[in-house]
Design a protein around this ligand. Structure first.
Ligand code: HEM
Ligand SMILES: *[C@@H]1O[C@H](CO)[C@@H](O)[C@H](O)[C@H]1NC(C)=O
Ligand SMILES: *[C@@H]1O[C@H](CO)[C@@H](O)[C@H](O)[C@H]1NC(C)=O
Ligand SMILES: *[C@@H]1O[C@H](CO)[C@@H](O)[C@H](O)[C@H]1NC(C)=O
Ligand SMILES: *[C@@H]1O[C@H](CO)[C@@H](O)[C@H](O)[C@H]1NC(C)=O
Ligand SMILES: *[C@@H]1O[C@H](CO)[C@@H](O)[C@H](O)[C@H]1NC(C)=O
Ligand SMILES: *[C@@H]1O[C@H](CO)[C@@H](O)[C@H](O)[C@H]1NC(C)=O
Ligand SMILES: *[C@@H]1O[C@H](CO)[C@@H](O)[C@H](O)[C@H]1NC(C)=O
Ligand SMILES: *[C@@H]1O[C@H](CO)[C@@H](O)[C@H](O)[C@H]1NC(C)=O
Ligand SMILES: *[C@@H]1O[C@H](CO)[C@@H](O)[C@H](O)[C@H]1NC(C)=O
Ligand SMILES: *[C@@H]1O[C@H](CO)[C@@H](O)[C@H](O)[C@H]1NC(C)=O
Length: 547
């Protein structure tokens, strides 16, 4: 009975903060994609690709090692230096600078980081990726769903040490977890939740795990099912059948799981052995707390829920013939392909007025379907802004566009308007890429150079127009990575042949150094008008015409 109530209340808790944000929000849009665009059309792949299947290990052939276990351990060790009293430390990617410490023995952090670092952008740093990685690993491999917040801030140097080690006393572990913000029951729980995955390597802990003949390394697992979440770690401990090297290790000094699990007379761990649902619920809430343990100066976002209707890569292109081309995509969440609705695009002009001619159709085919890996029942349908024969919609530049929305026709011939609670989906038509932009060989004959033309509304009078692009930075010594945003200013073009009475043209050359990285990263346009900064979505220079 009490179980039923606690599961119900955790469901209510999730429902209570399930309010979607208002599009656009570049940071939340990016996090939402990483969380929910998992497989299929427009998949982000970076996370689930490495965790599918759960016994996947990309960095060697040691049996019983997995990316999943490395990612979860990385999140814990990064968080474990938190000091709840003074608010310092926590999940802040400081682990990037701390891998040579004895408390961080093993190469699991290096393995996890070189994968997770690949996905970072100006909106989502390494610390958010460590949390995303652990959350995704846990969920993919049979764990409960962990509500996710973003906005972690990456540390730029090592913090104080403080990750618990197996040879320390029970008292020292209790006070270490208290410093991290977890009481004794929570310590037992969190260790059992984490040690449902993976094991101890001989190479990292040679005194704890002996090396059998004829192998280079071995991982002795915490339970008989090291690749998925379940309560076997508790069950096998209580039944006395465990092979957990931190319980049955020949040197009792390093049997920390034995001391921790037994520290309340086995009460907590026996409860988990007897009731796998209570273990799930306890791990769900403590994993969320672990991932949300950040320095007190950091403000995390709200819990990110999938947007029911989500535009992506929405862009206007100035054609120089009196029209603008609106392109991009929109995703409808939790709709089955068998019920694919027909969708109409409707927009309002620059003044906010609409007209029966401000209407377009959206393109969709049965390939444009995506889903979340851990729940195959939730599928999402993508539509292109414009028919599939062109994938764009033409907007008259004289009247312009300020927002759009959708009319969705269901199978029962009902029509639903999707307009973000009346706000609509806003879009600016002040600054945009012009179709006269092109790439040409650079003077050195080897690289190329992008001549970017930007259309700016002639009545806007910007004080500055520029390009922004993400640059990857890395520190060879520590292996730390971070993003900086570089900029290049545009000038009013001397050649205004393509301009008209509504738009003038600005131009700027992207340096070939930037182009090399922006072929994979992306570039966007920004303008300062009064005190307002306006930006476009990013574009890839590889799609530009050759001059
Ligand atoms: C007193 C606390 C803890 C101690 C002393 C401890 C100790 C260890 C040790 C010695 C290893 C072997 C690492 C290797 O061989 O590379 C390990 C692995 C692991 N730990 Fe812990 N741990 C503790 C708490 C936690 C917590 C709270 C979590 C997560 C919630 C966690 C998650 C993991 C995971 C997933 C692995 C497997 C790594 C792999 O197989 O590559 N540990 N732990
Ligand atoms: C730890 O805190 C939980 C509430 O989060 C409480 O139920 C439990 O009794 C506490 N355990 C100890 C040992 O204080
Ligand atoms: C891998 O772990 C399982 C479960 O503990 C164990 O039965 C098996 O012997 C291990 N394999 C190796 C090669 O260590
Ligand atoms: C047991 O482990 C501790 C801590 O690593 C070490 O100091 C001690 O020498 C070990 N004892 C034996 C008998 O190996
Ligand atoms: C806790 O469980 C372990 C493993 O079954 C057992 O060896 C130990 O005696 C138990 N401790 C208590 C206080 O019951
Ligand atoms: C999918 O839906 C079916 C029918 O509603 C249900 O039986 C099944 O358990 C669901 N599967 C998942 C992974 O949620
Ligand atoms: C429009 O997009 C769809 C789906 O991505 C694609 O199959 C089609 O070829 C595109 N059409 C054009 C003209 O690019
Ligand atoms: C755009 O709208 C204006 C004003 O309504 C009209 O005069 C013009 O002909 C239209 N241009 C195109 C290309 O349809
Ligand atoms: C830009 O669009 C206009 C109108 O469709 C077309 O005439 C012109 O060739 C295009 N320019 C480039 C560089 O594609
Ligand atoms: C100005 O641009 C137009 C079209 O982009 C081009 O045809 C023309 O040659 C350019 N004029 C000069 C002087 O560069
Ligand atoms: C970054 O921007 C500066 C100033 O615009 C420029 O000198 C430098 O070459 C840029 N760096 C790269 C790698 O693009």
């Amino acid at each position: 009975m009490s179980l039923g109530i606690s599961r119900l209340s955790s469901l209510l808790l999730i429902a209570a903060y399930a309010s979607a944000y208002t599009w656009p929000n570049p940071q939340l849009d990016e996090l939402e994609s990483l969380l929910f665009d998992q497989q299929g059309y427009n998949e982000r792949g970076i996370l689930v690709g490495a965790l599918n299947p759960c016994d996947r290990f990309n960095f060697g052939d040691t049996v019983n090692r997995s990316n999943v276990a490395d990612w979860i351990r990385t999140a814990y060790h990064d968080m474990a230096t938190h000091n709840a009293e003074d608010g310092t430390g926590g999940l802040d990617a400081s682990i990037q600078f701390e891998q040579d410490r004895p408390e961080n023995a093993g190469n699991g952090f290096f393995n996890a980081l070189r994968h997770l670092q690949l996905g970072i952008s100006r909106y989502v740093g390494v610390a958010d990726f460590i949390a995303l990685g652990a959350k995704t690993a846990f969920e993919q491999c049979d764990g409960p769903t962990i509500p996710f917040r973003g906005g972690r801030v990456d540390a730029t140097e090592a913090g104080p040490p403080g990750v618990p080690q197996p040879q320390e006393s029970l008292d020292s572990h209790i006070s270490s977890f208290a410093r991290q913000g977890f009481n004794q029951t929570e310590m037992i729980t969190l260790v059992a939740c984490g040690h449902s995955f993976g094991g101890v390597q001989h190479s990292a802990f040679p005194d704890t795990v002996p090396l059998p003949a004829d192998v280079d390394d071995v991982s002795q697992t915490f339970d008989s099912t090291p690749f998925n979440f379940d309560n076997n770690v508790a069950l096998e401990y209580v039944h006395g059948t465990t092979n957990n090297p931190l319980v049955v290790g020949h040197n009792d000094t390093t049997n920390s799981d034995k001391r921790i699990f037994g520290s309340d007379g086995n009460a907590t761990i026996s409860g988990f052995a007897a009731d796998s649902d209570s273990f799930r619920t306890a791990c769900q809430s403590l994993f969320a707390r672990m991932l949300d343990t950040v320095p007190s100066t950091v403000q995390l976002t709200e819990v990110i829920e999938p947007l029911p209707v989500k535009p992506q890569d929405i862009a206007l292109l100035y054609m120089g013939d009196g029209t603008l081309r609106l392109s991009g995509q929109v995703r409808f969440w939790n709709v089955a392909e068998s019920n694919a609705p027909s969708v109409k695009l409707i927009w309002a002009d620059r003044e906010g007025k609409t007209d029966s001619s401000y209407t377009g159709v959206l393109g969709h085919n049965d390939q444009m379907v995506a889903s979340v890996l851990y729940n195959g029942n939730v599928s999402a349908l993508w539509y292109n802004i414009g028919p599939l024969s062109t994938n764009f919609t033409v907007v008259n530049e004289t009247v312009g566009i300020s927002k759009f929305w959708f009319e969705v026709s269901g199978g029962d011939s009902s029509i639903k308007t999707e307009h973000q609670n009346g706000v609509g989906f806003p879009i600016q038509d002040t600054v945009m890429l012009a179709n006269s932009s092109c790439t040409a060989p650079a003077p050195d004959g080897l690289s190329s150079i992008a001549h970017i033309q930007i259309a700016v509304r002639a009545d806007a009078h910007p004080s500055r127009v520029w390009l922004e692009y993400d640059l990857f930075n890395g520190d060879a010594g520590s292996g730390a990575t971070w993003i900086t945003v570089n900029t290049t200013d545009a000038q009013l073009a001397t050649n205004q042949t393509q301009a008209d009475s509504i738009y003038e043209l600005w131009s700027v050359d992207l340096p070939s150094s930037a182009l090399a990285s922006s072929n994979t990263r992306k570039v966007n346009i920004a303008a300062e008008i009064g005190s307002l900064k306006i930006t476009t979505t990013s574009f890839s220079t590889s799609t530009l015409a050759h001059c």
